[in-house]
Write a new protein. Structure first.
Length: 95
């Protein structure tokens, strides 16, 4: 196997580990569809902003999401849509 395939497999393994947690998977579903702020995610998921902020930090630390500041709000979005889709398909999370 070539190095690019090895890197891709390693990245997907990290992604699968991160989305193995229910709340993180739900956040990734939402962020794969649109860019959202932490308070919007908290409202939609029905969780506290503190918990959502923790999950977002974990996802950002793993390189799965990135953030941009717009005034007082920070908006989050997924980084690698193709790899995310492959990971979600492999878990049976999407068709």
């Amino acid at each position: 196997m070539d190095m690019a395939s090895n890197r891709r497999a390693a990245r997907q393994a990290v992604m699968c580990k991160e989305i193995s947690k229910n709340r993180r998977l739900i956040l990734m579903w939402m962020l794969s569809k649109e860019e959202l702020a932490a308070n919007e995610l908290a409202d939609r998921v029905g969780s506290s902003q503190e918990n959502i902020a923790y999950y977002l930090r974990q996802l950002e630390k793993s390189g799965m999401i990135t953030a941009r500041r717009a005034g007082p709000k920070i908006y989050y979005h997924t980084v690698d849509h193709e790899l995310l889709r492959a990971s979600l398909v492999s878990t049976g999370a999407c068709d």
